[in-house]
Write a protein that binds this ligand. Structure first.
Ligand code: FE
Length: 211
């Protein structure tokens, strides 16, 4: 079955003024849509045609002959995840288990903010800043181009797309201002918390199966 472009989980103007309708129209309807149609063309009648995005990403990551499939599959996954990492009226500090984990791991939420902004700002060229689980510990990482942390056995919890197409219409070259606006006004911490809880539940199930 062909991959489909999922609709945005909010209206195109819902993230104004931090992410404009124009940015979302270009980013979702053009960039994300092209990754989906390219992927469908590339995997048609191949061994990947009926695989999940995750399976395709993990199977093609280190195979240079499959670099285009990897890039488009990862970009489809990354963008769907990125849309869900934001919501209108989001941002600020999380509460609950995530707040505790930030304090335990980074000392404070502000320390996390500094690390995340630094990861996004220092990613040379295109890429992503991420909050991941690595060996069951929170960690801030950055990736190049389309790369997704799952290829490094890390579980993505939050991402910010720092390709220029994500912010140029709204912030021009001020990537740090975009990262600041993302953290202060856009992050959907409930979604991030759900990723953490889903991972913990699946880990518990695995432990029960093997225990
Ligand atoms: Fe993008």
């Amino acid at each position: 079955m062909a991959f489909e472009l999922p609709p945005l989980p909010y209206a195109y103007d819902a993230l104004e003024p931090y992410m404009s309708q124009k940015t979302l129209e270009f980013h979702h309807d053009r960039h994300h849509a092209i990754y989906v149609s390219m992927l469908n063309t590339l995997v048609k009648e191949t061994e990947f045609a009926n695989k999940s995005l995750e399976d395709i990403i993990l199977a093609t990551n280190s195979d240079t002959s499959k670099a285009m499939i990897f890039k488009n599959a990862a970009q489809v996954w990354n963008h769907t995840f990125f849309w869900n990492c934001m919501k209108p009226g989001g941002g600020g500090q999380p509460s609950g288990i995530l707040a505790d984990k930030f304090n335990d791991r980074f000392g404070s939420f502000d320390q996390f903010v500094t690390k995340f902004k630094s990861a996004g700002a220092t990613q040379l060229g295109s890429g992503y800043a991420w909050l991941v689980l690595d060996q069951n510990q929170l960690k801030v990482v950055k990736t190049r181009n389309a790369t997704n942390p799952m290829v490094n056995q890390q579980i993505p919890l939050l991402t910010c797309d720092v390709w220029e197409h994500a912010y140029y219409l709204d912030f021009q070259n001020r990537r740090l201002d975009f990262l600041q606006a993302f953290l202060e006004h856009l992050v959907n911490w409930e979604f991030v918390t759900r990723q953490l809880e889903m991972y913990q539940l699946s880990r518990l199930a695995q432990l029960k199966l093997t225990g």
